[in-house]
Design a protein around this ligand. Structure first.
Ligand code: AMP
Length: 526
């Protein structure tokens, strides 16, 4: 179980909780020191941290090492509190007693032993996805869990089904009238919150578990009424949830199951303080689940502060920055001013039928409006989604795009993460994003569910600082690296996120905290 970060002075002396808290803290300190020692002295870690190469060869070597580590861990400990790493195809699981039979991967839905009315939402699926198969046994056993998995891996139900079970377990003994929520899911964007909420409402509909979605840009009235009439699961964006807490209408004191989805993106968007404050409102004994596509230092801090000192970590695919190999990546180095003309000609190529879905990414809100107008002027039927639009218009645009009534959409990075949009054939990056991680997420909107996709990216002189990282991503996926891109150099700035695995490495108090990226007019969310 996770713990709440509270000043010790506020706790009652001699309380059993305090004693167990003390023991936990002692144990945590011991673990931290152990991990610090390991991470500072292990030649493997040092090598990984210094190695900017992210090509197929180095990935293979890392995989081999992981397998070796897993054997070492399993054989070298006494079995009482083993910290094990098990690699199983594309999934790696690390954590205390991870090898116990009760945590074995689920091969079928029936293996989970979950009631039929809870599994009803999975009826259309053949078997649990890898993240579900590995995460459910731990989550149903109340373990804290870190999931490194991209959207598209089935991660919503990976935490959604255990959340529903958590509610059912807690509600047994309580009346359901005027109930406060028991589970909270925080999401970085409104659209992702809405998507999670749709899945949770569907999952809860067959077993009487009610969810509500709280996000900004829409009227608070209906959200307040739902909260007042009683709700089981709250899903939402940090800004609106904080507003409703401050208004005294959203009470999280009984929340004992918390999910931070796309945690890295949430912190990137400057939500760290609000997230901390919201977590501080939840029950002191709670189960924490964090999903993140990457594992940068600020997310690491948050996990260290709010999670059990020994969470389970389930990694689906590679922890290194890697693009979906089903996407053909074309990178074109060109002059800033020639992008409009080139975009129009590319649409002639990729969107001739005007029936296939094409997503054009830009960086800035005003850029989205300008490009949308430019395309409309060129005769294209197009919608757009960005932070300056009213929520109603955002929802409408996304729905038109999803349904296919308007299969051409211009979007800022509010649509880069998490959205499960069916059959996007082509992604065009009109502007390169601020980070290579965002590039990987953007192009991941295509090539989903086993289909192939195309990502066509404009790269300009202004983006040259990211050339080295992009070259590595292209190489890792076996894509063509244009000479014009190589001319910008292949230097890669060392990244904190390469410290994966050193979750509980001692971090000095004066270490820099995460900062909000301030880029004039880049797109943020509330
Ligand atoms: P998510 O990662 O939660 O955004 O899920 C992406 C897609 O995977 C959604 O369209 C889900 O309906 C689908 N999905 C979830 N679980 C499974 C499963 N076990 N097998 C196949 N598809 C699934």
């Amino acid at each position: 179980m996770g713990r709440k970060h509270e000043p010790v002075a506020e706790e009652a002396p001699n309380s059993p909780e305090l004693d167990s808290e003390k023991k936990k803290k002692k144990k945590m300190k011991k673990n931290k020191n152990k991990d610090q020692h390991q991470s500072e002295t292990s030649p493997k870690r040092k090598l990984d941290q210094l190695d900017p190469q992210n090509d197929a060869e180095s990935n293979k070597k890392k995989k081999k090492k992981k397998h070796h580590d897993s054997k070492e861990n399993a054989e070298g400990t006494n079995g009482a509190s083993r910290d094990e790493t098990l690699t199983d195809g594309s999934v790696a699981v690390t954590g205390k007693n991870a090898g116990d039979a009760k945590y074995a991967a689920l091969k079928t839905f029936a293996d989970s032993g979950l009631p039929e009315n809870v599994l009803a939402c999975c009826k259309g699926f053949e078997k649990p996805s890898p993240i579900q198969s590995r995460a459910w046994p731990f989550l149903l056993d109340s373990r804290d869990l870190i999931g490194i998995a991209a959207t598209g891996s089935g991660k919503t139900l990976a935490f959604g089904i255990p959340a529903v079970m958590h509610v059912l377990g807690k509600r047994k003994s309580k009346s359901s009238k005027g109930r406060n929520p028991l589970c909270l899911v925080l999401s970085p964007t409104r659209e992702l919150a809405q998507q999670i909420s749709d899945v949770m409402c569907d999952a809860g509909s067959t077993c009487g578990v009610e969810s509500i979605c709280l996000y900004g840009g829409t009227s608070k009235g209906p959200q307040i009424s739902s909260l007042k009439s009683g709700i089981d699961i709250v899903i939402g964006t940090p800004g609106r949830i904080q507003d409703l807490i401050e208004m005294g209408v959203c009470c999280l004191k009984e929340v004992s199951f918390v999910v931070l989805d796309e945690a890295d993106r949430m912190l990137d968007m400057g939500f760290e303080q609000i997230v901390r404050s919201i977590l501080g409102q939840t029950c002191s004994v709670r189960q924490m689940v964090m999903f993140s596509a990457t594992w940068p230092l600020p997310v690491h801090y948050l996990a260290q502060e709010f999670m059990d000192p020994n969470p389970v970590k389930v990694v689906v695919g590679s922890e290194d920055l890697a693009a979906n190999h089903d996407v053909m990546q074309i990178v074109e180095v060109l002059d800033d001013r020639s992008r409009d003309k080139r975009l129009l000609s590319l649409l002639g190529k990729y969107h001739q039928s005007q029936r296939n879905r094409v997503l054009v990414f830009v960086l800035y809100k005003n850029e989205a409006t300008r490009v949308e107008n430019m395309l409309q002027g060129g005769g294209w039927k197009v919608v757009s989604i960005h932070g300056d639009k009213a929520q109603h218009d955002r929802t409408k645009a996304l729905s038109l795009f999803k349904k296919g009534s308007c299969p051409l959409m211009v979007a800022t990075d509010v649509a880069a993460r998490g959205l499960d949009i069916p059959d996007v054939e082509v992604v065009i990056n009109y502007s390169f994003p601020l980070t290579t991680e965002d590039y990987v997420h953007r192009i991941g909107r295509t090539g989903r569910a086993g289909k192939k996709g195309v990502a066509h990216t404009f790269f300009t002189q202004q983006n040259k600082g990211l050339a080295g990282e992009l070259v590595n991503v292209l190489r890792e996926a076996g894509q063509i690296v244009p000479d014009a891109l190589l001319k910008f150099g292949t230097h890669v700035k060392k990244k904190e996120s390469k410290l994966y695995g050193a979750h509980f490495k001692e971090i000095p108090v004066d270490a820099p905290k995460s900062q909000k990226k301030t880029f004039a007019d880049s797109d943020d969310e509330d």
